[in-house]
Design a protein around this ligand. Sequence first.
Ligand code: MSP
Length: 522
Amino acid sequence: MTGSDNGRFYITTPIYYVNDKPHIGHAYTTLACDVLARFKRLDGYEVMFLTGTDEHGQKVEKAARDKDVTPQSFTDSVSQNFRDLTARMNFSNDDFIRTTEARHRVACQALWSILMERGHIRLGSYAGWYAVRDEAFYTESEIVDGKAPTGAPVEWLEEPSYFFNLSEWQEPLLEFYEANPDFVGPESRFNEVKSFVRGGLRDLSVSRASFSWGVPVPGDDAHVMYVWLDALTNYLTATGWPTDGEFADAGRNAKFWPADLHMVGKDILRFHAVYWPAFLMAAGLPLPKRVFAHGWWTNEGEKISKSLGNVIDPNTLAAEFGLDQTRYFLMREVPFGNDGDFSRRAMIHRMNGDLANDLGNLSQRVLSMIFKNCDGVMPALPADPHDEDRALLAATDALIDEVRAQMGRQAFHEALRSIWQVVSDANRYVDAMAPWGLKKTDPARMAEVLAVLAETIRQAAILVQPVMPDSAARILDQLGVAADARDFTAVGGKDRLQGGTSINKPEPVFPRYVEDEAGQGV
Ligand code: MSP
């Protein structure tokens, strides 16, 4: 076992509203989770990676009505788009949950009943503002120019409603934050959460009575549960909770709950870092270990919106630039946690610079030289390494610990930067050692230099597998690395590239993006 306290890792994406087609924002959150899930599996953890769709509520009901179809048939088709995206983006989720599934209704109603029995829910009536787009309630003081602080239109709502006694959880939440300083990342966002809670919490309306597309409140069919209480519960449902219910899986629940990480966008942090822990505390259930809020993408400097017509379809990006290139760009370009801008120029720059030139060229040059100059047989590492060899191998061996720590903080961009630092070291080493010149003068040394480089490429390729699974696999195939020698027990100096294996003629893994005059890829 390489790292975990219990060897298990449960990671979740938000579940996506099915009112719309998947776009880059959705792909981004799930990609970040996919990278971590893959990383943890390679690091020896038993992983549960969950994603899915959030199908109830007024917003989805309205979207179905606009299309003149029933909510069920509408959600069936849009949910499928999200499922298709997971395959297209090579996401490795272990489960895909839909909130319209029976297992989820059972879990929601069980959680509701527990909260009710423990005296945390009471019947009252709500009068206030509601934004369907955000599926959120707002107070008078939050309304800016007749709109929600998010810019969403609001409507006045007056209806009977059940309330959760959120106001009583202010102190317990603050104590919990105090005791768990890593509960929310990045830190600046945690500070926002704390000051929101310090500002005082009001009881939360947790049911709606003016429409019916939701999970019925147990014992009161006039109400459906507030879509956020319903949605957040998905994280429990998928673990086989309640453990005495119809869809119980006590073993799975014990293994994976509490979740290690809920990955969310900054817009939905409050629901995950305030409401969700309050519901769980009230129900007497363990709290998730961490919530990380990432930033938002803009498109060439503009906010992404349907009305501006500038929504970025991840399928189009993958088709134009390549799937792994797109995955790399999204994880490398922007410090994770910050907002970021998508631009074609930046995408092409990364694709041609970091991938085609730096890693791609390195591996193609080294493998070609081995193929041509060493009769296609992997040379052995030097028995008596030179200082330069030692330095490059030491930097390579040090990577895993560095990258593991960076991944542990969800600093994907830093992890990739560290790996590329070693790729640059290797490119400098190749230029300094000039193995092409050694071919005639000292072929034995040439073979050593190529072996040191191949070893560096091997470790770099193993480490980039979570971000670029297909491309990394192709490099590892070309290096002749066995499929069962690609996890993280094979990096960090414990394992070395074996000399003596035959390799095939290498093929470039990372093509260059060449634009024609009209700015199109050719
Ligand atoms: N259904 C709720 C989540 C319930 S979780 C219990 C929801 N769904 S959503 O489809 O609107 O958004 C899901 C995620 O997509 C959020 O984390 C949000 O931050 C993310 N993104 C939506 N647009 C985005 C960008 N332009 N950029 C980055 N991520 C963005 O909220």
